[in-house]
Design a protein around this ligand. Structure first.
Ligand code: ADP
Length: 481
């Protein structure tokens, strides 16, 4: 016997048993007037109607009328109804059972509806909280099926997107590629949620009025309205993620366009100065067919110097562009900072020739880095220290280990940098107003240093005081050996 049948049989037995109990009790032990018996029976029928289904109450009403008539109404022991009041008793029993049952059924249905609605609201709240945190379409489509699956206690959830015929799923009934045409067809034609095969519900997803795909949800504990709301939520999440992505892309495009214009402007400006000098020197040479040897030498050296500056500027601009586009292949190896400093001093030997150097750099610990690129950083910082301090003033190089990184400092006793400019000097083409006129340079050196150190997962910073000198410090990760 299955459990529903068992419950039904038990209820019938209990209902008639209790009726028999009341009748026997009033017949044998408790002697009361017929009105009291009738009231007890009405109460019993009402309780039955409220607790169980209508059929129990109706059947018991009929039996109660018969028993009341037979045992308690004169003439006792017959079913004869002499008094029309007895018909009224039967009608009262039946009416009580029907009204009671209807009322209790309605109450139960309302309570169930409220409970379902509350559960649905909980599911929707949970889903919206999770889905609205997702910022990209890729993560939204990955997260949505499993989130719906777990929060709606579904057996399986399939998210199908028309764009690219893509399937994303979660649960125990995986869908194969063979079902894609069926899903595509439904995604294109359905406008409201609809039951499909088995206990599967298809919920269309749209962007505005355009179909976007569908959700195929199997075995979820949600009503059709709830499932429609889930579909709406997923559509909104996808729209929102797409809008965020598009806004970020537009912002990035705008920023890169701004940078491009800025670089172009600055480079054009920077190129113009040496070009003007070269042009001027060439014109002087041309206008004077027999220049003095010293004048010719001076003009030629202007041309050479400015051409070198141009060459450096173009070279640095290309290098910066490559570093930013991550086109530079880094050869990371364990390196001794002592060796790097020595090599850098060889390649910019003029620094040691014009300034006394105090170097406190041990061979160990080693850092992980690219030899050539780090050499450029050290060389550039040493050259700056020499360029922006008077000849003969000392330059100090030292290292220390800080929080698993090796910090290398290059300090000078030069002109220093105004606090308002300290954050700007690492920007491309930025040259301090004061020194820009007096010292040759391109304003690219420090931005290249920063790009190189960033790509090594290190950092670079400056502390400086006007007129006192500057300390440039960069950190690099240790190799651990
Ligand atoms: P460049 O030296 O070619 O101008 P950099 O990018 O190397 O370009 O430096 C940017 C600016 O930072 C310099 O123009 C200068 O004003 C300032 N600067 C860099 N190093 C020092 C230093 N050691 N002392 C003072 N100012 C410095």
């Amino acid at each position: 016997m299955n459990s529903r049948r068992f419950i039904a049989v038990t209820r019938w037995v209990v209902a008639f048993g209790a009726l028999a109990g009341i009748v026997i009790a009033y017949r044998q032990w408790v002697h009361v007037n017929p009105t009291t018996v009738a009231l007890t029976l009405v109460l019993f029928v009402l309780v039955l109607a409220a607790q169980w289904e209508l059929r129990y109450a109706v059947a018991v009403s009929v039996a109660a009328t018969a028993a009341y008539n037979f045992y308690f109404l004169p003439p006792v022991g017959t079913f004869t109804i002499v008094d029309p009041q007895n018909w009224l008793a039967l009608f009262t029993f039946l009416a009580t059972s029907i009204i009671g049952s209807r009322l209790s059924q309605w109450g139960r249905a309302e309570a169930e509806k409220a409970l379902t609605r509350q559960r649905e609201l909980e599911v929707l709240y949970l889903l919206s909280r999770e889905l609205l945190q997702v910022e990209t379409v890729a993560s939204a489509v990955q997260a949505a099926p499993s989130l719906i699956n777990t929060s709606a206690f579904a057996e399986s959830v399939v998210l199908y997107l028309l764009n690219g015929d893509k399937l994303y799923q979660a649960g125990i009934h995986p869908v194969t590629g063979a079902e894609v045409p069926r899903l595509r067809q439904m995604a294109l034609t359905l406008s409201v949620a609809q039951s499909s095969l088995g206990n599967e519900v298809i919920v269309p997803l749209r962007t505005g009025v355009r179909p976007r795909g569908l959700l195929a949800i199997r075995g979820a504990s949600l009503t059709m309205d709830g499932l429609e709301a889930v579909g709406g939520l997923v559509s909104i999440t996808l729209d929102r993620a797409q809008a965020i992505e598009e806004a970020a892309k537009a912002e990035a495009n705008k920023e890169s366009e701004r940078l491009r214009t800025l670089i172009l402007d600055s480079i054009t400006h920077e190129l113009r100065t040496p070009l003007t000098s070269i042009k001027g020197a060439a014109q002087s040479l041309l206008s004077d067919p027999e220049p003095q040897a010293s004048a010719r030498k001076e003009l030629a050296s202007i041309v050479e110097e400015e051409a070198n500056r141009l060459d450096r500027l173009v070279g640095q601009a290309v290098e910066m562009a490559q570093l930013e586009a991550r086109e530079v292949q880094m050869q990371i190896e364990p390196l001794s900072m002592q060796m790097l400093v020595e090599e850098a001093l060889e390649s910019c030997s003029w620094v040691a020739a014009t300034h006394p150097l105090e170097i406190h750099v041990p061979d160990e610990p080693r850092v992980a880095g690219d030899r050539e690129l780090l050499g450029k950083v050290i060389c550039n910082l040493l050259e700056n220290a020499a360029k922006y301090s008077s000849a003969g003033s000392p330059i100090f190089v030292s290292t220390e280990v800080r929080e698993g990184m090796l910090a290398t400092s290059i300090a000078d006793r030069g002109v220093g940098i105004d606090p308002s400019e300290q954050a700007l000097i690492f920007d491309r083409l930025y040259r301090s107003k004061v020194q820009a006129s007096g010292t040759s340079g391109t304003g690219m050196g420090l931005s290249i240093c920063r790009a190189i150190i960033d790509s090594h997962h290190g950092s670079i910073a400056v502390t400086s005081q006007l007129g006192q000198g500057s300390v440039f410090t960069f950190t690099l990760p240790l190799t651990g050996n």
